[in-house]
Design a binder for this molecule. Sequence first.
Ligand code: SF4
Length: 379
Amino acid sequence: MKTAQDPALDREISRKLDARERLTDDDATYLYNGAALEDLQRWASQARARFHDETRATYLIMRIINYTNVCVAKCDYCSFYRLPKSSEGYVLPREQIFAKIDEILELGGDFVGFNGGHNPRLRLPWYEETFAAIRARYGDTIEFYAMTVAEMMYVSKLCRVSYAEACARLKAAGVRWITGGGAEILTNEFRQRHSPLKYTADDYMIAQRAILDAGLKSTATMVIGFDETVAERVEHLRRVRRLQDETDGGLFSFLSWTYKPYGNELGGQELGPEDYLRHLAVSRLYLDNVRHIRASVLTQNQNALRGLRFGADDFDIPLEDEVTQMAGATINRDIEAVLEQARAEGFAPVYRPIALAPRPAEAARAKARQPAPVRLPLA
Ligand code: SF4
């Protein structure tokens, strides 16, 4: 619900930012509903500058590998899944997974994220063997998000092991990251409305805590633009900020993307570009303990790069993600064109390597580009 701009609240938020005081839930609600867009841009840029060079933005070249579309969760916002007996269901053979990794290496990327359905035929040993095989074949030249928190939760329950045991076994298989995907909106009410078979928000937070406690790395994500209320968005942000406090900064980054309403049961309208920028700014301002706020080129295209002026400091250049593509996302494989959009917004794009070992493709890319990219540590 939009409200009028309030000069007294504007002054109070400005004062808090100057004093580095934490914003409240009420502040966040006002930022979503009433604050002027130009104020959000200014404040978010001020908060971004606490962590990052104001003239640079980091990026990754990556792809999502959707290893299976078979799923029993039946989320009403999903355009991707097929039920177990569907003739359109698939599980990617290992050779096809390797081929997708080979291609991203050839294109100069060093990172893939695995994301699939809750497939009752894929038990924990399938994941352990797959990830161990990837680590054996590629060593440290590729890094991967092994699965999302939601997938880890499903497989743990399917195999009747604790989250801690599943994480320990995956870690032993060579996994380093389990990403915060599958979060959408983290309130118990949202989960009940749209994906009652998946998990509760409370359980999700327990699982993500177990991932960090196991010594694995993780990230936080959020999807906006369904039918969630502003209060639900703020609750999601509050859960992330609290976990980040409790784990002393265990979450590497926070990435938000927007719901695509095509080809699914829920339907609806796409969120406008300004709403996304507003949300990015609120995320940067409210999540004062998260260093990296990432923008979604996958769902926002050029608008994502505008987001660099609304608090975002990092973005992916994704070359594939079937889940969002089936719901209406478009992929731009012209890497240089995406980088040019970042430059047009006033930021020098700097590749952020995630793999530990440099590869010939990365060296070639560095040589070809002027100025040469700076290698940043994986902080
Ligand atoms: S969003 Fe994920 S868990 Fe939900 S139905 Fe789709 S594939 Fe399954």
